[in-house]
Design a protein around this ligand. Structure first.
Ligand code: SIN
Length: 304
């Protein structure tokens, strides 16, 4: 792996700027380990809460023309049951970011504490799930609630805190600023876009939950715009997420201001090989442009 690709996010050392996005292959130690072996610079778990949660009934994921639509309902075994899974990935030395959610700031803080106890190197606060009531985007659309969640989590744990934001708000920059002013060490932008699809023969919504979140190529320009706007207003790393399918997408996010990129939906279409092809492509681009490090291209599009 080329030295040009090495980067650092909030003190975490990444061999390359790709990460597994929350939600895909993030529920078991063995699947996370496969992602590490495929070349990801860091991995993010599926969002974990204080208590086990079943999630919605099927169908929870459907393919649409321009990506995937999902509404799983935050199914997970509960963060305290995740220690065993973590052990398998810990051995690799690749940073593990545990995604957590809660139905109150207190729950976020307790889940954060447990996540750190089971081995999280950093936390990603999911204040952006677009369809589970009383959590996710209901919190993440209000800068005051985000402030309260970040403050309570920061008071409880001593690991870097990332905040994953929803694009389903009027002003994502305001929310990012609230998170950073309260101590968030990185911002992940963006979670899925609230969306739905209907099967015209049966007249039924395709997802059991009817409304879900859209990911994949369709949301990339929205995500790039969010990264671009957030980067200029905060002084912590921004992690880009949303429709990264090949190295060109990753470079585009980095030029907008992303220090690293998260890949999720593309795994469903291209397999785990996507991590290697994206990192190779970023490396070749950086070299061709005459830079010594991937860090040198972050935010270049801001100069125009
Ligand atoms: C889900 O579990 O339904 C998705 C979670 C999310 O979008 O944050």
């Amino acid at each position: 792996m080329s030295r040009r690709l090495a980067t650092e996010i909030a003190g975490l050392k990444l061999a390359n700027p790709t990460m597994l996005a929350a939600g895909v292959l993030g529920l078991t130690g063995s699947s996370l380990r496969k992602v590490v072996e495929a070349g990801a610079g860091a991995v993010v778990t599926k969002s974990l809460g204080l208590k086990p949660r079943e999630g919605y009934s099927n169908p929870t994921v459907v393919q649409v023309d321009c990506g995937l639509l999902n509404a799983m309902g935050l199914p997970n075994p509960g963060v305290s049951h995740f220690g065993e899974e973590m052990r398998e990935v810990k051995e690799t030395g690749v940073p593990i970011i545990v995604s957590i959610y809660g139905f109150s700031s207190e729950e976020f803080a307790k889940a954060a504490e447990v996540a750190v106890n089971v081995g999280a190197d950093a936390l990603e606060l999911n204040v952006s799930c677009p369809h589970v009531e009383e959590t996710g985007a209901e919190i993440g659309s209000d800068p005051e609630l985000v402030t309260e969640v970040v403050r309570k989590v920061k008071n409880k744990v001593d690991k870097p805190v990332f905040v994953k934001l929803t694009p389903n708000v009027a002003n994502i920059v305001e929310v990012a600023k609230a998170a950073v002013e309260t101590g968030a060490e990185a911002i992940t932008a963006i979670n899925t876009v609230r969306a739905m699809a209907i099967e015209i023969e049966t007249t039924r919504p395709l997802l059991a939950n009817k409304i879900g979140g859209l990911s994949g190529p369709a949301i990339k320009p929205i995500a790039v715009r969010c990264v671009y706007e957030i980067y200029r207003e905060v002084d912590v790393p921004v992690i880009g997420c949303g429709g990264i399918t090949d190295w060109r997408d990753a470079v585009e996010f980095m030029l907008a201001g992303a220090s690293a990129v998260q890949i999720g939906t593309a795994i469903a279409f291209k397999g785990l090989e996507v991590f290697k092809s994206v990192t190779r492509g970023i490396d070749a681009y950086v070299r061709k442009k005459g830079f010594g490090s991937v860090k040198d291209i972050v935010g270049l599009a801001q100069n125009f």
